[in-house]
Design a protein around this ligand. Structure first.
Ligand SMILES: [Cu+2]
Length: 285
């Protein structure tokens, strides 16, 4: 009994520490040690994904417990010793209707919010900012077609990391977007299939050579959010992280001004418009 009490106390303390610590750290837009569940959401889509995930967890937990209870009843009450003469019943209309209708109702309950979320993700609202992310072996190129510039974003090697910069997630040039604005992300691949994924935003979309995919996010908090290429794309697949810096409207305007100068192309912007994937495909092997 004492052992059980101690065990329960241990588990409760553990969960409290994990939940409390996790919540405090989760706001940093990157995975945390001992993290439970999904990264904290920074967009309405991710908030919905987390809600749906938790909702499903309750449903499957209830189903698993129900099946477990049935199994226990069968094992205890209907084993050969306690029930030597088994019933020969083969049909029971009532129970057959119940075990058909109840699962259908459960599936409908899941399908409605599932489809709602799917359409929410797929319908890109009117975009305030458009960024095109081109996956290349093994880095990302971000184009801002409205402002006609683009730049490469490469991972910072371990030896060059500054204090506080996360290993394998830090890049030299971050993608910068304004807070509370709809950002449309166009993705394409310049060589092989990559995938643009940022967990806190609830986005993950393939970057495929020869075609443009689109998704969107509206980050509701200023901060730095990390993601990784999520399609096995070759030797350095693990070393092409994604860093999105969400800043205030003013900071974004200031960044745009200096970025236009910093990333000004030498060809007068000819290659800065949309079809850069084509140009890049030839030159970035
Ligand atoms: Cu990749």
């Amino acid at each position: 009994m004492l052992l059980l009490k101690r065990l329960i106390a241990f588990v409760v303390t553990g969960v409290t520490v994990l939940a409390g610590g996790g919540a405090a750290l989760a706001a940093t837009g990157q995975p945390q040690q001992w993290e439970l569940g999904l990264q904290q959401g920074a967009t309405p889509v991710m908030d919905d994904i987390i809600w749906f995930h938790d909702f499903l967890l309750w449903i499957i937990a209830a189903i698993a417990l129900f099946v477990l209870a049935l199994l226990v009843i069968v094992v205890v009450r209907f084993n050969a010793r306690s029930n030597p003469v088994p019933s020969r019943t083969t049909h029971n209309t009532t129970i057959e209707v119940i075990w058909t209708v109840v699962p259908v109702l459960i599936l409908v309950t899941i399908a409605v919010p599932s489809f709602r979320l799917l359409f929410y993700q797929l319908n890109v609202p009117k975009a305030d900012v458009t960024v095109k992310a081109t996956g290349k072996q093994w880095f990302w190129t971000y184009s801002y077609p409205d402002s006609k510039f683009e730049f490469d974003s490469l991972m910072v090697q371990d030896k060059d990391l500054k204090a506080g910069q996360p290993r394998l997630l830090t890049v030299d040039n971050e993608m910068v977007v304004p807070v509370n604005k709809v950002v449309k992300v166009l993705t394409t691949g310049a060589d092989v299939i990559h995938s643009f994924a940022v967990p806190s935003f609830g986005i993950k979309i393939d970057a495929i050579p020869g075609r443009v995919n689109e998704t969107w996010f509206k980050a509701e908090r200023v901060g730095t959010y990390y993601g990784q290429c999520s399609e096995l794309c070759g030797r350095n697949h693990a070393f092409m992280p994604i860093v999105v810096h969400v800043v205030s409207e003013n900071d974004y305007t200031a960044w745009l001004d200096q970025a236009k100068k910093k990333y000004a192309s030498t060809d007068g912007g000819k290659n800065s418009a949309l079809p850069t994937a084509v140009a890049a495909a030839g030159g970035n092997k």
